[in-house]
Write a protein that binds this ligand. Structure first.
Ligand code: TRP
Length: 461
């Protein structure tokens, strides 16, 4: 093993993988796409995908990583299947794409942390409260601010990854994850008492019409939320301790990630449904911006809001950070394993490249006209930021996921995969069923969804 690799200590993997999984996808994106897709069936399909597709593929990724102790491209080479290392290459590209826009949103959370600190120390006047929407709008259109905070976040991520697995990634996750859980529970309890809680529940748990595009978005988001389909979990798996049980670790990560996504959804939807219908229709009190417009207002109406508002944004930034480091680590580990560079050089170069692509995303939210209007997929996405997200979550991750599933199901050496699943666990009761899911069900489910989107454009009841 090269000296720059390192490995996780006991439960270090679970913390780091949960840190990777739990991020803006749970706290910011899931609530707004669930709302935009009319809740109900969308949430149900999301949950089903996690269970039937996400959980088995997460185990498959860990098996590949831990069996080879390599990052994706080198892992497939080491297993003797060079053609399949295409999955690794796709993953590196996807990591770039996701990180470029993800760190822009992560930058917003840092900005709002600082802003809330300022409001808490001076005063959160009604004037400020009533203008949060336009404030956010102006912020999006401010190019230097967008690029600056994006850069800041890339620097944060680099400064963790540069310290490596134990002193960087694991240490951070160990401190931050428990604090995040606590604050979310606090917010959840608070949302029980809002008038919007009941309608939010009715909205989230019902059956309604859904389009093939909606199903693809739900399934794609399941991959995104669990950090699957691009080798991030293969990479983390390569640092996993051999004493750890793969089914247990994967199960725990899936459960934690799903619970947090649901809790975030309860919190945000309760807020959405607490405002009047007229206000809900306005651009700035719904969907993707609610975390930055309505949520601060709500905090400052609560007792001790001065403390909770900045604390909340601080934690969202931390959740984002434990995710961005996993994305960056995929690229860095590739440089280390495949090109044999050292960690410092790898981190610096990867960070610089990602900063560059991210600038395009950062400027595409109003700061730059053409970048904001780019629309290559006929209305399915608008602007660079949105298009990168659409491509990565709805296409690259599910496609990468299918191939990972097929590889472990059909191609990977039988003895090796069985042994790896049993290492640290003992005989796995559902082993055959797992292989069955990987061979047939996961690829068929995802393949069918993709087929429906391309050829049918259908609405399902
Ligand atoms: N899962 C993270 C979230 O929900 C985002 C993320 C981190 C990710 N690493 C990933 C998504 C790898 C896909 C692949 O916010």
């Amino acid at each position: 093993m090269s000296k720059d690799r390192g490995s996780f200590s006991h439960i270090g993997f679970i913390l780091a993988a949960a840190g990777s999984a739990i991020g803006l996808g749970n706290l910011w994106k899931f609530p707004y796409i669930a709302y935009e897709n009319n809740g109900g069936s969308f949430v149900l399909i999301y949950l089903l995908t996690i269970l039937i597709v996400g959980f088995p593929i997460m185990m498959a990724e860990i098996v590949i990583g831990r069996a080879t102790q390599k990052s994706p491209v080198s892992a497939f080479l080491k297993l003797g299947h060079p053609a399949w290392s295409g999955i690794g290459w796709l993953g590196i590209g996807t990591g770039f794409v996701i990180l470029s826009y993800y760190s822009v949103v992560a930058g917003w959370t840092v900005h709002y942390f600082l802003k809330c600190m300022q409001w808490s120390f001076t005063e959160f006047t009604p004037e400020i409260a009533n203008n949060l929407g336009p404030y956010f709008g102006n912020f999006l259109q401010n190019g230097p601010m967008q690029v600056g905070f994006h850069l800041l976040f890339i620097i944060f991520s680099m400064s963790v990854v540069i310290f490596g697995i134990n002193k960087g990634i694991e240490r951070l996750a160990r401190i931050l994850m428990p604090v995040l859980f606590l604050i979310l529970v606090g917010l959840l309890v608070n949302s029980f008492f809002t008038p919007g809680f009941k309608p939010a529940m009715q909205f989230l748990f019902r059956m309604n019409k859904i389009t093939a595009d909606g199903i693809l978005e739900a399934a794609g988001h399941a991959f995104f939320s669990l950090s699957l389909g691009m080798g991030a979990i293969i990479t983390y798996g390569s640092y996993m301790n051999k004493k750890e049980s793969i089914p247990k670790a994967a199960g725990l990560v899936c459960i934690m990630d799903t619970l947090i996504a649901l809790v975030a959804c309860f919190i945000m939807c309760s807020i959405i449904f607490s405002v009047s219908e007229a206000e809900r229709a306005s651009e700035f009190s719904q969907s993707m911006v609610i975390m930055f417009t309505t949520l601060p207002k709500m905090f400052y109406n609560l007792p001790a809001g001065q403390i909770f508002a900045p604390l909340f944004f601080l934690l969202v930034s931390f959740a984002a950070l434990t995710s961005t480091i996993s994305l960056l680590e995929v690229v860095v580990a590739f440089f280390i394993d495949h090109l044999k560079w050292d960690r410092i050089k790898s981190t610096l170069l990867a960070g610089l490249l990602i900063f560059g692509t991210g600038v395009l995303a950062a400027l595409s939210l109003g700061a730059n006209g053409p970048l904001s209007k780019l629309n290559p997929f006929g209305g399915r996405s608008e602007g660079v930021f949105d298009t990168l997200d659409y491509l990565a979550s709805n296409w690259f991750l599910p496609v990468g996921g299918i191939f990972i599933s097929l590889f472990v199901g059909w191609i990977m050496d039988k003895k090796l995969k069985k042994m790896e699943m049993e290492t640290g666990h003992g005989p796995v009761k559902y082993y055959k069923f797992w292989i069955f899911l990987l061979r047939f069900i996961c690829p068929a489910a995802v393949g069918w969804i993709i087929y429906a989107v391309i050829f049918m454009g259908k609405t399902f009841n």
